[in-house]
Design a protein around this ligand. Structure first.
Ligand code: KG4
Ligand code: ZN
Length: 374
């Protein structure tokens, strides 16, 4: 079974072909980074036009690389939300047109579900598993119970973590996208203890019940520290120290929130992992440890990754982080989600609309905040 996947929900135009044996036959991603750089962030109108300009070429390129014609596909999957509506419509309309012209099943994919199912493409992880999704648009803790069945245990009540990295980096005078630049300069900090002392930062919601996040106070505190520094070009040591303090603070917040989620997961889903409990050792089932997955662009951050690795090892969980090119936005994850859904007859009619907001867990209480897309 081979599926064409299309992704256009933010600032990456992407097309991919994936089969049900987990082979990625093509995975093309065109970043619009340069188009948006001058504005310090993604401009929705520019993004939609860029998708329109490049999507045809990318789809053709992916089909050529896989050596396929459209009528050899088993279906088409395109992101239908959540995301920037103009871009989503471009990709979804292209996908629907191909499906209609070649009489193929169409799957309108929830972009968040695609991030959540990526570890099943890369590692064949079994349900249920715990996910931390940290990107420029989302910060969520989810339990994946099955395809289409998710429990959202935590989300940001204001900015997404990637957004907080980007905005704080911008305040420090670092280029866009700020996350990787901030990480790089934090590595140059030589006096770790001194940096934390010079630049104390708040840890919103740390220690509180539940698994929600809040980052806007952190960004404001970064601004206040910068305003107190001598005017003019920021000194390199100051930025390195502030970036280091920022990263350590974020890592501590994540550790706190994920510890809450892990404890709850191991308690509530205990019966899904009988091998870890002595009474069921006789069954001879292949042991599967409970899995913790981190995904999204911020998962590239080494300091966050290392902390999560230690945390999950301490709880005897498997730690999985899909390779970076499948962690950040791509169409292979969209095609794979299409496969999972087609295998379960979860196809969509061509009437399906684009959804700027589309929570994975419809029972979760909505949180109103600037960075919350679901
Ligand atoms: O998943 P992604 O590629 O796109 C979406 O937002 O969906 O995530 C991009 C975000 C940006 O905010 C970027 O600054 C952040 O991920 N990011 C990082 C790092 N690499 C990317 N944040 C911190 N450290 C990094 N190394
Ligand atoms: Zn994404």
């Amino acid at each position: 079974m081979k599926i064409l996947g299309i992704e256009t929900s933010c600032d990456e135009t992407a097309a991919a072909i994936v089969d049900n044996k987990r082979v990625i036959h093509a995975n093309l991603v065109l970043s619009q980074l340069d188009d948006h750089k001058a504005f310090g962030g993604v401009v929705p109108e520019i993004a939609a036009r860029a998708h329109l300009d490049h999507l045809d070429t990318l789809i053709r390129g992916a089909m050529d690389e896989a050596g396929l014609r459209f009528n050899e596909l088993d279906g088409v999957a395109a992101t239908s939300g959540p995301g920037l509506i103009g871009g989503v419509m471009v990709g979804m309309m292209a996908g629907k047109a191909i499906a209609a012209a070649h009489n193929l099943p169409f799957m309108g994919i929830n972009h968040l579900e695609a991030h959540a199912l990526t570890p099943r493409l890369t590692d064949n992880v079994q349900f249920p598993y715990l996910i931390l999704l940290v990107s420029g648009g989302h910060t969520q803790i989810l339990v994946a119970e099955d395809v289409g069945v998710y429990k959202r245990w935590g989300t940001t009540i204001d900015d997404a973590l990637g957004e907080c990295f980007d905005k704080s980096a911008k305040l420090m005078g670092l280029g866009y996208p700020g996350g990787p630049n901030l990480e790089k300069i934090a590595l140059t900090c030589t006096d770790h203890a001194g940096a934390i002392e010079r630049f104390p930062l708040p840890k919103p919601l740390k220690g509180r019940d539940g698994c929600d996040f809040s980052f806007s106070g952190l960004k404001t505190a970064v601004r206040n520290h910068i305003e107190k520094l001598p005017q003019g070009d920021l000194n390199k040591t100051d930025i390195a120290d502030l970036a280091y303090a920022f990263q350590i603070t974020v890592t501590e917040i994540i550790e706190d929130r994920c510890t809450k989620a892990i404890t709850r997961f191991l308690r509530e889903y205990k019966n899904s992992f009988p091998h870890t409990y002595p009474q069921s050792e006789q069954t001879g089932d292949t042991p599967q440890k409970p899995a913790f997955v981190v995904s999204g662009g911020v998962a590239a951050n080494i300091s966050i990754r290392e902390k999560l690795k230690d945390l999950t090892a301490a709880h005897n969980m498997d730690f999985m982080a899909p390779p970076l090119h499948l962690c950040s936005d791509n169409a292979a994850m969209i095609a794979w989600t299409g496969i999972e859904r087609l295998q379960r007859n979860m196809t969509d009619s061509l009437d399906i609309g684009a959804r700027p907001r589309w929570p994975l867990d419809p029972t979760a209480e909505p949180k109103i905040g600037g960075g919350v897309k679901a």
